[in-house]
Design a protein around this ligand. Structure first.
Ligand code: ADP
Ligand code: MG
Length: 226
């Protein structure tokens, strides 16, 4: 489902070229629950952003769902992302002026041809699934960190993506809340066969994935299945 071959990422910072990812090749199958680990600065977020079509590789080849991503322009990439990919961030990234319900609805604006009643049904089902139905009219500042991440998970899933990327999704949560959020994602992976790809140091996530990719200085050091 994801085929990355010889990905390289060079950041241009002033006169200095920073080669952050040197030669990254990896195949990921549908339904995997997989994490990139490695020390801070090893390139986890950079890889996640490339695989998640938020950023483009400097060179190399990336295929997702049999589509060659590296030839798409910015608009095509955004459309592809909207159809196939969900993203969950460390700091939740909810929109403060939108309610819980409206935050989850937001990605559906991209999908123009979805009928109104189907739209509503989908949002309510997800609110139920992440245990936030009774909080749907609240605003982000009125709910806890764990609840915000539940909303972010629902938002990532509302377009029915086949792949969800999560960058340090538990870093701002206490360990009990983190475990609940991880269990929720695991449940969704099992029930819908959604692929989850994490970047994290969190041992609580690491102990639950099926496969661990260790990064060091922009290279894969180890690819281990649990
Ligand atoms: P990790 O997520 O493992 O902590 P990152 O992928 O965020 O690592 O960063 C890898 C390296 O790339 C770091 O040295 C970081 O400073 C650098 N880096 C990340 N993003 C940028 C950017 N937009 N411009 C320049 N350098 C960057
Ligand atoms: Mg990072």
């Amino acid at each position: 489902m994801i085929k990355a071959k010889n990905l390289k990422k060079v950041y241009k910072t002033g006169e200095l070229d920073l080669e952050v990812i040197k030669d990254f090749s990896l195949n990921i199958e549908k339904g995997e629950f997989i994490s990139l680990i490695g020390p801070s600065g090893s390139g986890k977020s950079t890889v996640l952003n490339m695989l998640g079509c938020l950023d483009t590789p400097t060179s190399g080849n990336l295929e997702i769902n049999n589509k060659n991503i590296t030839t798409l322009n910015k608009t095509q990439l955004a459309n592809f992302r909207g159809e196939h990919i969900g993203f969950i961030f460390q700091s939740f990234n909810l929109i403060p002026v939108l309610s819980v319900y409206e935050n989850i609805e937001y990605p559906l604006i991209m999908i123009q041809n979805l009928p109104q009643d189907e739209r509503k049904k989908r949002i309510l089902r997800l609110l139920e699934e992440v245990g936030m139905l009774d909080q749907k009219d609240k605003f982000p500042e009125q709910i806890s960190g764990g609840q915000k991440q539940r909303v972010a998970i629902a938002r990532a899933l509302v377009t029915n993506p086949q792949i969800v990327f999560a960058d340090e999704p538990t870093a701002n949560l206490d360990s009990k809340t983190a475990n609940q959020v991880i269990d929720l994602m695991k449940k969704i992976q099992k029930e819908h066969n959604t692929t989850f790809i994490f970047a994290t140091h969190d041992e609580k996530i690491v102990s639950k994935v099926n496969r661990l990719i260790t990064l060091e200085d922009g290279n894969i050091m180890e690819d281990r299945r649990a």
